[in-house]
Design a protein around this ligand. Structure first.
Ligand code: CA
Ligand code: CA
Length: 427
C-alpha cells in the first residue's frame, strides 16, 4: 500500500487580523482667553493610515455670543491642527470631532472625539466712570473725583491721562492715587483763580486680560473755583478798577433781559446791570438756594450803570475779563413796593410807574417802545414821559398803565426796560 504522504507545508503566508480602530485625541487650546484669536487645537491620531479630517467634521461648541471660523491644516498620518480665527463676541468656544476622520488599511475608522477643553472669548472692554467732585465750590481745594472701573484686570491711569477742563482763570494740579483694579482717586490741588474745573479721562486707562481697553470718559461734573475778593455792597464796586474779579453776595436778581441780568441790594440802595454770556439765572424769588445770590463781577466786557452821587448817570464800558454770576437757589424776600428808590444809585433799579401810554413804536419788531407820561413833566425828544423799551412785546398805544421795569439810560436819557409782557398792566 502506498501511502501518499504529503510533505509538511508551511508556514503559510500570514494575514493580519486588525480590529483596532485608529485613536484620536484633542489637545488643549493654545490660549485659555482671547479677544479675536486665532486659537489652535492639535489633533493627535494613533494607528491611522489615512486622515480625512476636514473643517466640516469639526463642531464649534459655543456659549453666549462667542463665535469663530474653523479651519484644518496639516499632513501625514499623525496630527492635524484645528485653527479657530475671526473670533467675536463673549462666551466660551471649544470643538468636537465627528467620527470617521481617520482610517487604517483594514478599514477601521476613528471614533468621534470631544468635546474639548474650552477657552474664553472676551470682547467686552472695561468700563470707566467719573464720580461727582468732592465739593461744588472751593477756593484752593483739594477736590477729588473717584474713578470707578468695571471688568478691569489692570488700571494704568496716570495724571497724564487726565485733562483738566478749565474755564476763565481757574487752574489746579492733577494727581492720581490708588491701587487695585476697581477705583482710582483723581485729586486736584493747588487750585487758583476763578471759574470752573472738571476732568476728562483719555482712552486706554484700564485693560482686561484679553486686551480690551477702557474707553475715554468725561467731561465730569465741574466744580466752581472762587478766589475773588468779596464785595459787601454794589456801591463798593464804583471806585474799583476794571479787570479784577469781585464776589457779590446777598443780592437780588430783578431782571433777565437779553444778554444781561440786573441785581440790586435787598434794601434797594443800589443796583447793577451785568452783561452775561453764561447760563442765565432765573430772575426774582428763585435767586439764592441758600438765600444768596452770589456773583463774581469781572468788569471786562461788562458795563455798569450807576449814578455818580450828583444826580448824573453814566455808563462805564470796561475792558478786561468777563463777569460771572453764580446763582444759588432759595427763598428770597419779595419786594413790597417798587415805586420808591432808595439812595442815589437808581440806575438798574426795579421800579414801578403809573402813567398814560402814548407815542408807541413797533417799527423794529425786536425793539418796540412807547412813552409813559407819569405827569412829572419829564420830556424825552419831544415826547412827554419816559421811554419804555419793550423788546418784542407789543406796547400799549394809549390808556393808563402801570409799568414795572428796570431803570436804564439810553443817550443820556432815562428809560425803563420791561422784563416781559406781565410788566405792563392796564389801570
Ligand atoms: Ca488598526
Ligand atoms: Ca472684558
Amino acid at each position: 500500500m502506498r501511502e501518499n504522504t504529503a510533505a509538511a507545508a508551511g508556514p503559510s503566508t500570514t494575514f493580519t487580523v486588525d480590529n483596532t480602530a485608529p485613536t484620536v485625541s484633542i489637545g488643549s487650546p493654545s490660549a485659555s482667553l482671547t479677544k479675536s484669536g486665532p486659537v489652535t487645537y492639535t489633533i493627535t491620531y494613533g494607528g491611522a493610515d489615512t486622515i480625512s479630517l476636514v473643517a466640516g467634521n469639526v463642531t464649534l461648541n459655543k456659549t453666549n455670543t462667542a463665535n469663530g471660523s474653523v479651519a484644518v491644516s496639516g499632513t501625514g498620518t499623525s496630527t492635524r491642527t484645528v485653527t479657530i480665527s475671526s473670533i467675536t463676541g463673549d462666551g466660551t468656544l471649544g470643538i468636537s470631532l465627528a467620527a470617521n476622520t481617520a482610517q487604517d488599511t483594514a478599514g477601521n475608522q476613528a471614533a468621534a472625539a470631544g468635546p474639548s477643553t474650552t477657552f474664553t472669548v472676551d470682547n467686552t472692554a472695561p468700563t470707566v466712570s467719573i464720580g461727582s467732585p468732592s465739593a461744588s465750590l472751593t477756593s484752593t481745594g483739594p477736590i477729588t473725583y473717584t474713578i470707578t472701573y468695571g471688568g478691569a484686570d489692570n488700571i494704568s491711569l496716570v495724571a497724564g491721562n487726565v485733562t483738566l477742563n478749565k474755564t476763565n482763570t481757574a487752574n489746579g494740579s492733577v494727581a492720581v492715587s490708588g491701587t487695585g483694579t476697581s477705583t482710582r482717586t483723581v485729586t486736584i490741588s493747588s487750585i487758583t483763580g476763578d471759574g470752573t474745573l472738571g476732568i476728562s479721562l483719555a482712552a486706554n486707562t484700564a485693560q482686561d486680560n484679553a486686551g480690551n481697553q477702557a474707553a475715554a470718559a468725561g467731561p465730569s461734573t465741574t466744580f466752581t473755583v472762587e478766589n475773588a475778593p468779596s464785595i459787601a455792597r454794589i456801591s463798593d464796586l464804583w471806585p474799583l478798577a476794571n479787570g479784577p474779579a469781585y464776589a457779590l453776595t446777598d443780592k437780588t436778581v430783578t431782571g433777565v433781559v437779553g444778554s444781561a441780568f440786573w441785581m440790586e441790594e435787598t434794601d434797594r440802595s443800589a443796583a447793577i446791570e451785568v452783561t452775561w454770556t453764561g447760563t442765565m439765572a432765573d430772575r426774582g424769588p428763585q435767586c439764592g438756594r441758600d438765600g444768596h445770590a452770589r456773583f463774581i463781577e469781572r468788569p471786562a466786557r461788562a458795563r455798569r450803570e450807576h449814578g455818580d452821587g450828583q444826580g448824573r448817570c453814566y455808563r462805564g464800558q470796561a475792558s478786561g475779563r468777563d463777569r460771572e454770576k453764580r446763582g444759588r437757589q432759595g427763598r428770597q424776600r419779595q419786594h413790597s413796593e417798587h415805586h420808591r428808590c432808595k439812595g442815589l444809585y437808581n440806575i438798574a433799579m426795579l421800579v414801578r410807574i403809573a402813567g398814560t401810554a402814548g407815542d408807541s413804536n413797533t417799527a423794529d419788531p425786536n425793539n418796540k417802545y412807547f412813552y409813559l407820561d407819569d405827569g412829572s413833566g419829564l420830556v424825552d425828544s419831544g415826547n412827554p414821559g419816559i421811554k419804555v423799551l419793550c423788546g418784542s412785546v407789543t406796547p400799549p398805544s394809549s390808556g393808563n398803565v402801570i409799568v414795572t421795569g428796570l431803570v436804564g439810560v439810553v443817550g443820556g436819557k432815562p428809560v425803563i426796560v420791561i422784563r416781559d409782557s406781565d410788566d405792563i398792566r392796564s389801570l
